[in-house]
Design a protein around this ligand. Structure first.
Ligand code: HEC
Length: 162
């Protein structure tokens, strides 16, 4: 009986020792993953905005060229970037009012569906005003967005593919 007890105690002690070594190993893995996560690159709001700026400009030339497929594509790109902003920029209080842009986005989408250039122009002006309204109400009035005056790139044709 005594030997059995000593044996049982021995098993318990050694298995506890192994368990705590395993827990320690796991903890150090979790710690090093946490450090890597903290150091992981995450684009800032300004970088997402710079992306939106390019899509905003391309969207205009796509619409002006009746290239509705391209306009639709650019709208999706803007939408995806807005989703990324909502996901990755939760530390920026300005992002809370990002929904203000939705009505303008909806009317542009409608214009694209109807291939209606007048509706598109009106929606685009609304969208651009929205960009600036948010900038103004967040001390970024110096970032003034306008209707593009020239193509943002020289290596892309905005006319519909033949
Ligand atoms: C919900 C508010 C909001 C809306 C809507 C918004 N912006 Fe911004 N934008 C900001 C804020 C805040 C900054 C400053 C970001 C920073 O601190 O880096 C900014 C910065 C910018 C910049 C400067 C980026 C740089 O680093 O040079 C551009 C360009 C820009 N926005 C374009 C747009 C365009 C185009 C739209 C509309 C399609 C738009 N923004 C809509 C809030 C907004």
């Amino acid at each position: 009986m005594k030997t059995i007890l000593i044996f049982a105690a021995f098993i318990m002690i050694t298995s506890c020792g192994r368990q705590s070594a395993d827990t320690q190993k796991l903890q150090s893995q979790v710690d090093s993953l946490q450090i890597r996560l903290n150091d992981a690159y995450k684009p800032g709001l300004g970088e997402f905005m710079t992306g939106i700026q390019l899509h905003h400009a391309k969207l205009w030339f796509a619409g002006m060229n009746n290239n509705w497929k391209m306009a639709d594509f650019e709208m999706h790109e803007i939408g995806e970037t807005l989703d990324d902003i909502k996901k990755y920029c939760t530390d920026r209080p300005e992002v809370k009012s990002i929904g203000m842009i939705n009505p303008a986005i909806n009317s542009i989408n409608q214009a694209i569906k109807q291939k209606d250039i007048q509706l598109f122009k009106k929606g685009f002006v609304d969208l651009t005003n929205n960009c600036n309204n948010c900038h103004k109400s967040n001390q970024h009035e110096f970032n003034e967005i306008i209707i593009p005056t020239a193509s943002p790139v020289v290596n892309q044709d905005f006319k519909p593919a033949k």
